[in-house]
Design a protein around this ligand. Structure first.
Ligand code: FES
Length: 105
């Protein structure tokens, strides 16, 4: 769900839509918005699983301080999705525990 009409910010302006892939599933996102915002708009709330107790985590602080929102982005683990802008074709994966680097490089 997105806010498309705001009493102070006005109506949603035209922003280019891009496609990103989250755990293999394509979703539409606004170019430049934080990855976490795109995931929340798509109804995705679980971003990672904690290493020790295997509990789900999602967005918490939303300003890049707590690391609850970390995911694996384009093969790089521990990316804070609340402060990382969306780019066309990003591959985003839920992170299990401490994550692993992709073997693709
Ligand atoms: S939600 Fe806290 S760092 Fe992203």
């Amino acid at each position: 769900m997105r806010i498309t009409k705001h009493p102070i910010l006005g109506e949603d302006c035209e922003i280019e839509l891009v496609t990103i892939f989250v755990d293999g599933k394509p979703i539409q996102a606004k170019k430049g918005e934080p990855i976490a915002a795109a995931l929340l708009a798509a109804g995705i709330r679980k971003f990672r699983i904690t290493p020790k107790d295997k509990n789900p985590r999602g967005i918490f602080c939303g300003i890049g301080r707590c690391t609850d929102c970390i995911m694996t982005v384009n093969g790089q683990p521990n990316v804070r999705t609340c402060i990382t802008p969306v780019e066309e074709g990003m591959i985003i994966e839920s992170q299990i525990g401490l994550g692993k680097w992709s073997d693709k490089e």
